[in-house]
Design a protein around this ligand. Structure first.
Ligand code: C5P
Length: 388
């Protein structure tokens, strides 16, 4: 794999990352931008990887030894750590003015793993966010940034380079065995909205993050993913078939329409259990006094699937504010699920979460971490139960 190092203070952590990757069995070749060389020495990477280090696009000697195009043909994965604001901007524009950017541009974006690192205000800037969104849309994967103390010490926020162990784990997933190769899976995400009238609805604060992380993780493991999502603000997951819905009834219909051949259904959507009995065709006018709204049940999609004589492996979610495990265990049995992921309803919209995963076979795992890490844990448990 190729390790492209950008010019930021976090470049020192790229040294440790290189060491971990080599230790894990990867063959690593590094390319350093001129700015990176102001922070770390090419010699450091040469010593850690045992390979030549590319530092100069215009060095006849380096081009002769292993030209940057040969390097891009060779790489199975290109890790960019730290991916600085400058490097992200150049990758978006296709500006190949140093050996790292030129090599990267000759590699398909779906093989890029970007580990952004910069000051938290730079990270929050519209330019950086837009560049990253576009790079993701082109297929690039992203790890981090982490939240925490910046180099300046007085600054805290998102923008720290993900820890080397986290980056190495992300690399391992991308280069590791694709244990869901070609397996069709269906994931639902986000809230549903149940309309009273054309401008008002009943909903919940689900962000869709957990479902999107599940879709991303399954894609990275080779699955053929359909992601059905209620309204969210999240950017689309590249390489995943995405279907947008609004209400529980639309979600039920979409699940039904996309079920053909599906081996696993993960219902991470926070489906409204009830909807207003009547949907006024026009905006309801303000009235004096008390107003009573009648609610009726929406179809329980998951229970409906569990009741079918032949059904895919089923994974449900249980967001609870009390008696988390007890309630989840009850749902596991009642809906005839294979696994249930119980999480505290307080994790709605958060990046991190803490969950207990229960299996109908009695399995129990208590985990915490990023939603992406938890998503992989869910797929690990699914894989163990998926008939060959
Ligand atoms: O019963 P409860 O709504 O807590 O169950 C949560 C699980 O059931 C989630 O996996 C959710 O996606 C699913 N569900 C469903 N249809 C509903 C309500 C919930 O599939 N109408």
């Amino acid at each position: 794999m190729l390790l492209c190092v950008g010019g930021g203070i976090a470049a020192y952590k790229a040294c440790e990352t290189a060491r971990l990757l080599v230790k894990a069995g990867a063959q690593v070749r590094a390319a350093l931008t001129p700015a990176a060389q102001k922070f770390v020495s090419p010699l450091t990477f040469q010593a850690l990887t045992g390979e030549h280090v590319a530092t100069d696009l215009f060095s006849a000697e380096q081009e002769l030894a292993a030209g940057h195009i040969a390097l891009s043909d060779w790489a199975e994965l290109a890790l960019v750590a730290p991916a600085t604001a400058n490097l992200l901007a150049r990758l978006r524009l296709g500006q190949a003015d140093d050996v790292a950017a030129a090599t990267l541009l000759a590699i398909e974006p779906r093989k890029w793993l970007l580990a952004p690192a910069m000051n938290e205000k730079m990270w929050a800037s519209a330019a950086v966010q837009e560049n990253l969104r576009i790079l993701r849309e082109r297929g690039a994967r992203v790890v981090g940034p982490a939240v925490g103390e910046m180099a300046e010490r007085t600054h805290v926020g998102p923008g720290r380079l993900a820890e080397p162990e986290v980056i190495a784990a992300a690399v391992e997933v991308l280069l590791g065995p694709h244990d869901f190769e070609g397996v069709p899976v269906l994931v639902t995400a986000g809230p549903t909205r149940e309309a009273f009238d054309p401008v008002r609805f009943l909903s919940n604060p689900s962000s869709g993050r957990m479902g999107f992380a599940l879709a991303e993780a399954a894609r990275d493991r080779g699955a053929q993913v359909t992601l059905i999502s209620g309204p969210t603000e999240l950017p689309p997951v590249s390489g995943v078939k995405q279907v947008g819905v609004v209400s529980a009834e639309e979600l039920a219909k979409a699940v039904d329409e996309h079920l053909d051949g599906v081996r696993v259904v993960v219902m991470a959507a926070a489906v409204a259990d009830q909807r207003p009995a009547d949907r006024a065709p026009q905006k309801i006018k303000k009235k004096e006094g008390e107003e009573v709204v009648r609610l009726v049940r929406t179809p329980d999609i998951l229970a409906g699937l569990g009741a079918r004589p032949q059904h895919p492996l089923l994974v449900g979610f249980a967001a609870e504010t009390e008696n988390l495990e007890e309630n989840a265990r009850e749902k596991l049995a009642k809906k005839n699920l294979d696994l249930i992921v119980a999480n505290d309803a307080g994790a709605f919209g958060q990046e991190q979460s803490r969950v207990v995963i229960l299996g109908k076979d009695g399995a129990r795992a208590e985990l915490s971490g990023s939603k992406l890490a938890l998503a992989h844990a869910v797929w690990n448990m699914v894989r163990e139960r998926l008939p060959r």
